[in-house]
Design a protein. Structure first.
Length: 177
């Protein structure tokens, strides 16, 4: 008998791992909702921001984007978030269904502007978001593009009372399958 030197637990574990590697199911399920590991993006790892797609990030379907900015990136107070995306992203956004969470608490939004022609979404909180806080921008009712791919969403901010120049906080590298 071949299994004489092996414990049954080791054989079952080996078969389970081999099955996962062959089918890739857990890897695909994990990669659809979360950013996963990006090796060759052109964006340094310290400039990559975390996100979550609540409904899987499937092409031509509805989704909710949770775009996160960690407290370490929030070095100044923010009066405006400006998110630009590539011109080949053919999805749609609902500016009426955007939420801003600061340290897990909902914050009032003054206005959300979506400029389709310039490929940018601007979010204006009623009060400036303090420096050193965790931020999550939640975009509901997003229609993913019909063709999948990798899309770079850049987060730029404007500080209150500052010279009106946007500062970069990082990039969300969003994958639609």
């Amino acid at each position: 008998m071949l299994l004489r030197g092996f414990s049954m637990r080791r054989v079952v574990s080996t078969l389970a791992i081999a099955g996962c590697l062959a089918t890739g199911l857990p890897i695909i399920a994990f990669a659809q909702g979360l950013p996963g590991l990006t090796l060759f993006s052109g964006v340094k790892s310290e400039n990559q921001l975390s996100y979550r797609l609540d409904f899987g990030g499937n092409s031509n379907s509805w989704d909710r984007y949770r775009l996160r900015v960690p407290r370490t990136k929030m070095k100044v107070a923010v009066a405006q978030f400006s998110i630009d995306y590539p011109n080949y992203f053919k999805g749609t956004f609902d500016p009426k269904d955007v939420e801003l969470m600061v340290n897990d608490k909902k914050v009032a939004i003054e206005e959300v502007k979506w400029s389709k022609e310039n490929y940018v979404i601007e979010v204006f909180p009623k009060e400036p978001v303090p420096a050193g806080t965790n931020v999550e921008l939640i975009f509901s009712n997003v229609k993913n593009p019909s063709s999948g791919g990798m899309f770079y969403f850049n987060c730029n901010v404007l500080s209150p009372g500052d010279v009106p120049l946007l500062r970069s906080l990082g990039t969300w590298i969003i994958t639609i399958s």
